[in-house]
Design a protein around this ligand. Sequence first.
Ligand SMILES: [Zn+2]
Length: 396
Amino acid sequence: MSSPTEFEMRRRERRRRERLRKKRIRAAILLIALIGMIVIICVAVSTFAKRGEADAQNGGAASETTKVSPSPPVIPTVAPVSTSALPPASEKNNMLDILHDLGQTKRVYLTFDDGPTGNITPQVLDVLRRYNVKATFFEVGSLIKANPDAARRVYEEGHLIANHSNGHNYEKLYASEEAFINEINECYENIKAVTGEAEPFKLVRFPGGSYDSDGDKYSSVKQQCKETLKQYGFYYCDWNASSGDADGKMKDARQLLDFMTVNIYDDNNVVVLMHDASTKQTTVDALPMIIQYFIDNGYTFHRLDDIGYQSDSSSSNTAAGSPAPTAAPSASPSVSAAPSASAMPSASVSPSASPSGSSANDNGDGNLSATVSPAVTAAPRPTMPPENQGGPIIIN
Ligand SMILES: [Zn+2]
């Protein structure tokens, strides 16, 4: 028989075990609740991420769609182009001069430098497709290799891929004429590879622009390189309008539009400098407004190899830019987002009214260049501000 002390000890032991059992049950319940919460959080995060991905695949353009009048999507095709008026590069290879001399009116050439990139180029293409507008992409050879899908899409959607050197490193690129032409040829090979074309159009944009400037330490070699390009049959093209998306100061979409409208230097043949480098989200945001601006002012959109020229004898049809290829050369007329100039009210663009002294301090490379203040008048076309700083872009 147990003594009272023994009995008391057993009772205490039972209670201790009971407490321990309850403790374990509580711990188990807590653990299950914790695992449950983790599972719920994981599911929520994954759903959110998938939704974000879907939005991104839609070109991130949902918000833009609400801002601009949506156009029906068009089936992309390679745009027919006309190079009938092009003199041989061996004779004349400055494309801005060639365009100016042709005397055509109300033509705009949108250009995008420093791509292709995996994040910005597809968004630019989405906007261009929505408006059925063709453009020119001055691509960096090494980036074509790094982002072949983006480059291929540029080509397949009917835009022109042109040459912006292979590495975009000023110091290496402008070390000598030989270094320069080697890079141009390398980039050209990358363009061939990605487009499958045996002989793509030979067009170069000098990284940093080719404007002759005292402040540009590469200026003299650039001027020599223009002659080298002639020997190799390459045209080159600077710009005469800038969105200012690379002038070093971050601008929002509206500021980019405003900057561009006061920095147009040839209002009949507008070559607009923009960038599809990986940091240029605001360029994407501004693009619908920029396109709309030109549509509203009766412009037609062209690639830089599309410089078909109609003689004076047919000027009754061509005075306003039609029937030269319009923004929608590849689509049925019903889906053209940019009607030919003749169909538009001829609201005049007034870059000539831009404030004297306004500066277009864009060097085309994301580097701040000197502010130059030419007096902007209607004619003749002034020399665009030069760039004076060199440096590689960030290759991503
Ligand atoms: Zn560049």
